[in-house]
Ligand binder design. Sequence first.
Ligand SMILES: Cc1cc2nc3c(=O)[nH]c(=O)nc-3n(C[C@H](O)[C@H](O)[C@H](O)COP(=O)(O)OP(=O)(O)OC[C@H]3O[C@@H](n4cnc5c(N)ncnc54)[C@H](O)[C@@H]3O)c2cc1C
Length: 530
Amino acid sequence: MRRWNGWGDENTLFPFPDSAARYLAEQIGQGSSMTDAPFEQVLAFVPASRLSPHPLIQTDPAVRLLHARGHSLSDWVALRSGRMGAFPDGVAYPTGDQDIRSIIDYAQNSGARLIPYGGGTSVVGHINPLPGDSPVLTLDMGRLDGLLDLDQTSRLATFGAGVNGPHLEEFLNPRGYTLGHFPQSFELSTLGGWIATRSSGQQSFHYGRIEGLFAGGHLETPAGPLDLPLLPASAAGPDLRQIVLGSEGRLGVITRATVRIRPLPEREAFYGIFFPDWEAGVQAVRQIVQNGVPISMARLSNPLETETNLRLSGKDSLVSWAKRGLGLLRYGDQRCLLVIGVTGDPATTSLARHQALAIARRHGCLFTGTMIGKLWRKSRFLTPYLRNTLWEHGYAVDTLETAVPWSKVETTVREVLQAMDGALEPLNERVLAFAHLSHVYSDGASIYVTYLFRLSTDPDQTLERWGRLKSAASRVILSQGGTISHQHGVGLDHAPYLEAEKGPLGIGLLQSTAHYLDPDGIMNPGKLFK
Ligand SMILES: Cc1cc2nc3c(=O)[nH]c(=O)nc-3n(C[C@H](O)[C@H](O)[C@H](O)COP(=O)(O)OP(=O)(O)OC[C@H]3O[C@@H](n4cnc5c(N)ncnc54)[C@H](O)[C@@H]3O)c2cc1C
């Protein structure tokens, strides 16, 4: 069963050893755990629904509580402390376009606000109901989860937008295909959510981001249905698919989507490569990408992330063996780990491995083969479970991300981490903040920052710590000209920063598009922009 106040399935655990707990205590102090509010207690806070009856809408408190929050840090604080704020007044479970039309009509007539809900894995407040006079209706897309069409000649597959990652691949894999979109939230997130947030999968360098995979589909909007035809390319004016991508539920409900699929790869491998320092690693990765080496992913951790991941991995004997070996080879504290992937046919994957290694060796790398890569692959969707473990040990963990041109990568990483390192000093608290390059492009890279700090027994203090860290980092990101989000979207948390990126005219353009399709402002108000 899915955890109601944490990540994933209740039966999946990610324990870490005493040595990891000791490491965190040394870095940021002993964790102080909060007592979780029990489900029944939080349920008692769910107020009476303000919605009139409708055959597709459920209003029982448990369903409403389970759809009230996503996975941002403030969502977790709310769920664990029981201080929830607003709840949706009801949850609808449509099974097709007709149902969605009927729900939109109902909302227009009753003044309700609609929140499309995919897997609820948003980390920036996308699916949270806002307090106010209007009732809020959450639209759970989970029943629109079938494979509707497979055009093998064109390699296009059409799904209901509520299909989640594992289910989508279960349809494709036995037929010899894959979408290859693997965000870390793959287990729970959905195709509609990926499109609505411009999501990025871990092997985006090979398969592409969702923008490249989304070939067309269908939306139900308050102004009527909108078809996005399946055109491989078009010069007929601006591409409407680009407006739907990242629309965060503001323009309408994506009911089905067609995606570009590929044959399952014949071969795939992930390798671990150490560099003596961050600068050498960044240069090597940039040259690998800019030389067109056909890798599928490159994930380069900075020294502190390399060290912390080794410590939290729970593989104590492996870690001490690796550290001894690296020490003997004169890889000191500044060593950085690159996990690199190759995906495709045997000739391409072996060429990619050969070319990538040749470049990495010019930057003093140590190639360690597939052992680290195999561990990474095994835990690629398990790592989010570490959030549960950390919380139980009294630590909050959150992430933030941006993308900048290569010329700004090193400065941005340095300045973001520096700003975060000092952000909790006035509160006499410490932070453990580290970074990796997670997605790479010929002109730049995304920077993904993970940060841990101690929870307070007072939820407001925990939120204050988080707010200071988040705003310190966001200010630096903007000052460096980085995007406020490379892959998580805008939602509530990034909305105040969006105008700096789009400009007032750009925001106006987005607002007027939303107003054209949704004149009464019923679709997910307050998210993305006002
Ligand atoms: C542990 C963890 C790891 C993550 N890793 C990644 C990662 O590697 N890459 C990445 O890109 N993101 C990642 N995320 C963020 C999140 O998973 C993505 O934003 C994802 O795309 C959200 O999908 P969802 O189905 O859960 O959408 P939800 O969270 O349910 O909704 C997100 C937004 O999309 C809208 N929406 C959803 N479905 C529809 C629809 N059918 N029609 C219209 N609007 C819709 C919602 O209204 C909302 O505004 C991670 C999150 C967590 C918690």
